[in-house]
Write a protein that binds this ligand. Structure first.
Ligand code: NAD
Length: 307
């Protein structure tokens, strides 16, 4: 049997860890030795925060972890105030090694009925929130030459989803964020990856039958997330779909395309070549715009030589 992958000495922040997926990540990391900041502001699925007589979800999860012999502290700030969440980690444990940007809400509504508030709130929690926590942790990670960050996307973002234009835009935006952090962090051993999970939680229980909610346990997503934030993980800037024990990697494909000379580039020629432009038979799998730039540069040079 292979050695257990552990997180002893590592400090992890898990946002939105008072329920669902975040709770499963916090439990798994703490069980394997990480000191965990359990962040959760305790709102509803649509982001409303009301006073409650029951214990705060972050406190409940911290107690669960402590009872199992783990180390955790609670933080109740909204992810928009990422600096406060990172301060909780630094005050309690001296540093931060791992950030799992998981907190999220929904404001599902069709485009014709969407208000600016529905749009802005989703951007604030998902995009601004993930940025704010990562930004506050970033320089600590750079200085120590170590960091692992996860951003949480969704199949809604990858493929689009009826009634979720706001959520889908934020969720795919997060993968652009991941890919940029992966490039910026590479030299300092900061790795950043994106997951698009599928799990039965309060977020999905309104749209899934009860049996499916019970079958799609958040615990089935957590092992991938734990591996992606482990020292030994080689992955950086990647996107994974994960749920119910299935894990796969997604990537972009570029068709071979058509290179027009400036003289040939007319609307009619675009129309004439359409089937070739969209033909993926000899497609490539790019990880940057480098090879496209090489083709484009040839055209620019050819145009310059004709002057
Ligand atoms: P959940 O509602 O069970 O948990 C989300 C938690 O985030 C809640 O405890 C909530 O209080 C907290 N939260 C919300 N806004 C916050 C804020 N501003 N600051 C701090 N905490 C906040 O949902 P979940 O299904 O566990 O979702 C976790 C993440 O996974 C979300 O980003 C969600 O969009 C994403 N996701 C989930 C699924 C799925 O199938 N469950 C699918 C795709 C993406």
């Amino acid at each position: 049997m292979s050695a257990e992958l552990r997180f002893d000495g590592k400090v992890a922040i898990v946002t939105g860890a008072g329920a669902g997926l975040g709770r499963a990540y916090a439990h798994l990391l703490a069980k394997r030795g990480a000191k965990v900041v359990v962040n959760d502001l305790g709102g509803s699925v649509s982001g409303e925060v009301k006073g409650t007589s029951t214990a705060r979800p972050a406190d409940v999860v911290v107690e669960e972890i402590k009872k199992l012999g783990g180390t955790a502290v609670a933080n109740y700030d909204s992810v928009e105030n990422g600096d406060k969440i990172v301060k909780t980690a630094v005050d309690a444990f001296g540093t931060v090694d791992i950030v799992i940007n998981n907190a999220g809400i929904l404001r599902d509504i069709s485009m014709q009925k969407m208000t600016d508030n529905d749009w802005d709130l989703i951007m604030k929690v998902h995009l601004k929130g993930s940025y704010a926590v990562a930004r506050a942790a970033w320089n600590i990670m750079r200085e120590k030459g170590y960091g692992r960050i996860i951003n949480t996307s969704s199949s809604a973002g990858i493929f689009g989803s009826f009634g979720q234009a706001n959520y889908a835009a934020a969720k795919l935006g997060l993968h652009g964020f991941t890919q940029s952090l992966a490039k910026e962090g590479e030299k300092r051993n900061i790795k950043c990856n994106t997951i698009a999970p599928l799990a039965g939680t309060r977020m999905t229980e309104t749209v899934m039958p009860k049996e499916l909610v019970e079958a799609l346990r958040p615990e089935y997503v957590a092992p991938l997330v734990a591996f992606l934030v482990h020292d030994t993980c080689p992955e950086n800037g990647s996107l994974f779909e994960v749920g119910a024990g299935y894990i796969c990697k997604d990537r972009f494909q570029r068709s071979e395309g058509v290179l027009f000379t400036p003289q040939d580039l007319t609307v009619e020629n675009v129309s004439k070549n359409w089937s070739k432009i969209v033909d993926f038979t000899n497609g490539t799998i790019p990880t940057s715009n480098q090879d496209m730039m090489e083709k484009v540069m040839k055209n620019i040079e050819a145009a310059a030589s004709q002057k």
